[in-house]
Design a protein. Sequence first.
Length: 506
Amino acid sequence: MKKYVFALVTAAAVVAAALIPSGPPVEAATPGFASAVSAIKQTSWQTNNSVNALAISGNTVFAGGLFTKIRQPGKPAGQGEAVRTYIAAFNRTTGAPTAFAPTLNGPVYSIATSPDGNWVVIGGDFTTVNGIKRSKIAMFSVVTGKLVAAWDPVVSARVKALAIFGNSVFIGGSFGRIDGVTRSRLGAVRLIQGDLLPWNPVANGDVYAIDLSDNGTRVFVGGPFSTINGKDHYSLAMTNNTTGAAYTFAAAAAIPKPTATCTTRVKDIDTLGDNVYVSNGGDGGGCYDGVLAAQVSTGKLLWKNNCLGATEAIKAIGNWVYKGSHAHNCSDSGAFGDGTGTHYLLVESAINGKIGPWFPNTDADQSSTTQVGPLAMAGTSTDLWVGGDFLNVNGKPQRGLTRFTNAPGGAAPAVPKAPILIPSSDKVQVKFNDVYDLDNISLTYNVFRGSTNVGSFKYMSYFWEPRKTYTVSDTGVQRGQTYTYHIEVHDGRNIMKGPSVSVKVP
């Protein structure tokens, strides 16, 4: 991670900087400095318990979990509520609920929507939907919201993971049979007809995550298993989309094998282009909790982030990988160490895995069954939805569900403090501290003498770092005169002006 720190900027540098015409904002010149979505929380309804799964179809967001009610933004529990038993749908643009309100008798742990936008499949522990028998899996029409009556696979135990490609629904969980036929925690059915498909990888442990390559030829599966089809594939495997045969997958070796004191397993998988991103959570001090990236076409490892604090959910958007975790130490990845608090929401560069410029935060409901914070993510190029067991977002009450968008503005830099002025007979030294921004890491600092900009400088800063001090020497002053200085900071979208302070040149 590069850091640009200048203890002293000479008078010549100040003059040169002042002569440089203003150019495009820093984000336009270096897009790696700005997040795809803002750190500002947008309005959305809440839930009365955990959200375990999210999926998007067109302008509709489906959320599933342990909740039985949803409520209006800003309302406390018991006020502005509507009944939604374990599944709900929301308008992507407004965050308000739709009329979609089926009645389930058990939790939802997974949701997938079809690429054509017509169907949504849910999985979990339920056995009835609207009083009709449905064994752990059900399908609805996105357009009408109605249960598809003729679609009725019977899964013997929890469905924890779902993915749809073409006319195939890939299923993962803790089950042993589908439609009475042996399927060891992995199986597939046809999307339209609902009948069982030949895809039959055999996992010796539960499956938590499934996703397909963009071309549909590879199915990635993850969870606390150690073998697929009787061969060693610890916690992560890449399989054929038809036969279920597991390919050699070099990147999987980056997930450490369990020891007596440390176990880690895959929690989530997301693919984008020729890359697949995998998140992990460990039990035991210092166990691998981070994210890795691999190339789909070759299976080779591209990078591995070693942040500590289990990563429960990820979503790749453009050049960024957003993560829901309870990260507390990312020092091995060039970022914050222990002692800076818990960072439940972060973004990593899809290119190298380094921590990027997006720092909203949640908490974790310590009375919940999970107590980890974010548990699910879904998004597009313009928005990111986050679900989990949290009670607050960015320090304000918001339970279970929140969203972030690329709406203009974004988070603004902090207001800079008044500079410290040190006058002498031929110059004034202007000392000022840097500030931070929750969705930009490169900020421009303008030093003003009155209304004259005597220098413009770009510095990198992260909110967890100690604030740094910079010094500018202004030689454009005269003896005996009094001058007033202030600092302005901008991120390419927002300008924050600090207080002014005056000094007399002796």
